[in-house]
Design a protein around this ligand. Structure first.
Ligand SMILES: [Ca+2]
Ligand SMILES: [Ca+2]
Ligand SMILES: [Ca+2]
Ligand SMILES: [Ca+2]
Length: 352
């Protein structure tokens, strides 16, 4: 298909080739467009971002999701910007089942992930398929990490929890939120609900809720009762809600920041008394059991290489409301080169 070969053909059989080439050119264009559309569809980038109406609202961090009012998109593994929220519909039953005797591991099956903000806080909501099979403090309880690239260049790519998993280097993070429901301080209490603030007791690798910066230092506030950060979980609601003051992640909404967000879930363990807690290790690949990606159908397809290549982008207006967003799939970067390769023959022929 290179120019040299084409030129040789032309010199050999000028007339017949000319006719065939027009047919080939049309064919190449059609195939090219079809391939681009196919790849776009596969990669989930025909997003047709809905016309959004910014509706700033404050979230009560109580593990009740009724204050999140954006409309969930109908399609699995797609997003919407709705009522000032970034709303991600995560595919159901896409979690790895390495630890449940090969049965579905619904406690780690993320089903929804949402982001919004107001002038004081950024808020996150994570919903799971079914968390009724365990209590807080159980070994192997749900573990989740949210990596936040706040727009600063550089950053760290490893997810926390010794999870053997990285984010895409284009979304290298400055701050990471970890929720580890296996926190040993809760063991044996039979609890389904708790709220936890970002105070000095979060500065422990076995903590139920902590924030770290990209030099792996805990970000916590002595005596905080939720002013800087708060996490609430309700296993009956299958819901985790989080808020962080903008300043905690080095931002001010008046700058209308754009963040890149990567998310994984896993099974956690904890020994708070020994400042210890991480995720359960799988026998191969990254240890994430679900994540935000369009690669599938199973999470294994994304994390077998130890990297979550896909990430969310979300932009806030000066009031802290989500004003825009996108989703960047791994194959996005392939679309343009593939398109150029496919249409190249058409241009080569027309220029002669
Ligand atoms: Ca709530
Ligand atoms: Ca899922
Ligand atoms: Ca997923
Ligand atoms: Ca990957």
């Amino acid at each position: 298909m290179d120019a040299k070969n084409t030129r040789r053909d032309v010199s050999l059989k000028p007339k017949r080739i000319e006719v065939r080439k027009k047919g080939h050119a049309k064919y190449a264009v059609i195939v090219g467009i079809a391939m681009v559309l196919l790849l776009s569809g596969v990669a989930g980038i025909i997003t047709m971002a809905p016309h959004h109406t910014a509706t700033r609202h404050t979230i009560s961090v109580d593990a009740n999701s009724s204050d999140w009012t954006g409309t969930l998109p109908n399609t699995a593994n797609s997003y919407a910007i709705s009522n000032g929220e970034y709303v991600w519909n995560d595919s159901m039953n896409d979690e790895r089942n390495d630890f449940n005797g090969g049965n579905p591991d619904e406690r780690v099956d993320l089903t929804e992930f949402r982001i919004t903000g107001d002038s004081s806080y950024i808020y996150f909501l994570a919903e799971f398929k079914n968390m009724s099979s365990f209590h807080l403090g159980d070994n192997g309880a749900t573990w989740m990490a949210i990596a936040i690239d706040n727009g600063t260049s550089g950053g760290e790519t490893w997810f926390a929890g010794n999870s053997n998993t990285t984010v895409n280097s284009s979304a290298a993070w400055e701050y990471q939120i970890v929720v580890n429901l296996a926190d040993s301080r809760y063991a044996g209490k039979g609890l389904n609900f708790t709220e936890y603030p970002l105070n000095e007791s979060t500065a422990n690798w076995g903590s139920i809720f902590y924030v770290i910066n990209n030099t792996w230092k805990f970000v916590d506030y002595t005596g905080d009762t939720g002013q800087h950060g708060l996490m609430a979980v309700n296993l009956t609601n299958n819901t985790i809600e989080i808020r962080l003051a903008w300043s905690v992640i080095g931002l001010n909404p008046s700058d209308q920041p754009t963040l890149r967000i990567s998310v994984i879930t896993a099974r956690g363990y904890s020994d708070y008394s020994k400042d210890s807690g991480n995720v359960w290790s799988t026998s191969s690949g990254g240890f994430a059991l679900d994540c935000i990606t369009t690669t599938g159908p199973n999470t294994w397809d994304e994390v077998q290489d130890g990297e979550v290549n896909d990430y969310i982008t979300v932009t806030f207006d000066s009031s802290g409301d989500v004003s825009d967003g996108n989703f960047v799939p791994e194959f996005n970067a392939l679309i343009l080169p593939v398109f150029l390769v496919l249409i190249a023959p058409v241009f080569l022929r027309r220029t002669r």
